[in-house]
Design a protein around this ligand. Structure first.
Ligand code: SF4
Length: 361
C-alpha cells in the first residue's frame, strides 16, 4: 500500500464480498455482515458500495509511556518502556469498562463517519518517530481491542520492527485465525485477558464471546511464536469462584506452560458494574493459592490497579511534534472513492437520531 499522508478511509484488510454489496468483515469473531452504508458492531468499519473501510486508521484516542510491566507483561524485556496507543472502537462491550469514551468511542466514530471529526490523526511513520524521540523500546496497542484497527496496527508494527522497537498487543483475544496469522509476524507479545471460564460470564459482561473461542486464539498466538502472558480481572460475585481460578490456572499450565505468567488484577467499580465492591484482597490471594496448587510458577497479583486504562494520560499533543491546531483540523476523507457523499453513512442519511448499537445483520 502507498504511504498514506492524509486522513482517509483505508480498506479493511480482511473482507469477503457477499451478495448485494454486502461484505463480511473477518477481523474479529463477530464476522459482521455489513451492507452499504452500515458499520460493524465495533463501529469502526463501514461498507461503501460493497467495499469495507476502516474509519479509524491513524486516529489516536490516547498515548502514554510507561514500563512494559504495567501492560502487564513481566517476562519480555523487563525494565524497558513502551509507548502505548489506542484508538476508538471495540469488539466487546464490557460492563465494567473504565475506558468507555475511548474504547467504544461511539461519539468519536460517529464524528469521523460524518466528516466532522477533529480527533488526532498520525501516520505510522510519525508514530514511530514519536516513539524513537521519546526513547522507548516498544509500542503497545491497548486501551481497546487492537483487532478493530488492525490495518494500522500492522503498518505501525512493520515500521516498529524496522526501527528496532518491539510490539505488544493487549487483547480480549476475540480475533479470527486469519487476523491473528496476518498480524503474528509483526507482534512480539500478546497480553490477553482470560476473563472467565464460563460462557455466561462472557455473554453477560462482555458480549458475545465463548470461552473456547478466546482460549483457542490465545493458544494459537502461542503456537505462532508470540510471547503470551495472560491476565484475569477478578470481579466479586462474577468470576470469583475458587474452582474457576483453578481451572484458568490449569488451562494456562497445560496450554502455555507452567512458566507462563498469569496476572491476577483487582476489579474497581465502573459503568454497569458500579454497584459491585472492589475485589477484596482475600479473593486475589485465593486465586494465587489456586494457581500455585495448579503448578503455575509465575503468578503476579495486583492490589492497586484494575486495568491498563488511559484515564490519567497526558493530552496526545504532549507527545507529538505538531501544533494542536494542526492536529485537530477537521478530518475529511482524502480519498475520492466515495464521491460527493464523503463518508456519510446510512445512519445519518436516513435518521440522525437512530442510535442502534451495531449494524450486524
Ligand atoms: S466488530 Fe468490527 S472488527 Fe469485528 S468483525 Fe465487526 S466490523 Fe469487523
Amino acid at each position: 500500500m502507498n504511504e498514506i499522508t492524509e486522513y482517509q478511509l483505508v480498506e479493511t484488510c480482511l473482507q469477503e464480498k457477499m451478495d448485494n454489496d454486502t461484505t463480511r468483515c473477518n477481523l474479529c469473531l463477530w464476522r459482521c455482515k455489513i451492507a452499504h452504508g452500515q458499520r460493524g458492531f465495533c463501529q469502526a468499519h463501514v461498507n461503501r458500495n460493497g467495499t469495507l473501510y476502516n474509519l479509524s486508521y491513524g486516529i489516536l484516542s490516547s498515548i502514554d509511556i510507561d514500563p512494559i510491566e504495567d501492560k502487564p507483561v513481566k517476562h519480555y524485556r523487563p525494565g524497558t518502556r513502551v509507548m502505548s496507543v489506542g484508538s476508538y472502537g471495540c469488539s466487546f462491550r464490557c460492563g465494567g469498562c473504565h475506558n468507555l469514551d475511548i474504547s467504544w468511542g461511539v461519539e468519536a466514530l460517529d464524528d469521523l463517519a460524518k466528516g466532522e471529526s477533529t480527533e488526532v490523526w498520525v501516520t505510522p511513520q510519525s508514530l514511530i518517530d514519536t516513539a524513537l524521540r521519546a526513547g522507548v523500546q516498544g509500542i503497545a496497542f491497548t486501551y481497546s481491542e487492537p483487532a478493530v484497527w488492525l490495518e494500522y496496527v500492522i503498518d505501525v508494527s512493520k515500521l516498529a520492527h524496522k526501527a528496532g522497537l518491539y510490539t505488544v498487543y493487549v487483547s480480549n483475544s476475540y480475533i479470527t485465525d486469519e487476523a491473528l496469522e496476518l498480524a503474528a509476524p509483526y507482534i512480539d507479545v500478546l497480553c490477553s485477558d482470560i476473563k472467565s471460564m464460563r460462557d455466561d460470564f462472557y455473554q453477560d459482561i462482555c458480549r458475545p464471546a465463548k470461552v473456547k473461542q478466546v482460549l483457542h486464539s490465545i493458544k494459537k498466538a502461542h503456537e505462532l511464536g508470540i510471547h503470551v502472558e495472560t491476565r484475569t480481572n477478578i470481579i466479586p460475585g462474577k468470576n470469583d469462584n475458587p474452582d474457576e481460578y483453578y481451572e484458568i490456572a490449569c488451562w494456562v499450565r497445560d496450554n502455555l506452560g507452567a512458566d507462563s505468567p498469569w496476572h491476577i488484577t483487582r476489579f474497581f467499580p465502573a459503568y454497569k458494574l458500579s454497584h459491585l465492591p472492589s475485589t477484596p484482597e482475600s479473593s486475589l490471594l485465593e486465586a494465587e493459592k489456586a494457581a500455585k496448587r495448579a503448578g503455575l510458577k509465575n503468578i503476579y497479583v495486583y492490589n492497586d490497579k484494575g486495568c491498563d486504562c488511559a484515564e490519567e494520560n497526558k493530552p496526545i499533543e504532549a507527545y507529538l511534534n505538531s501544533s494542536a491546531e494542526e492536529l485537530h483540523q477537521i478530518k475529511k476523507c482524502a480519498a475520492s472513492c466515495c464521491g460527493d457523499e464523503g463518508v456519510l453513512l446510512k445512519k445519518y442519511e436516513i435518521n440522525e437520531t437512530d442510535k442502534n448499537e451495531g449494524s450486524k445483520l
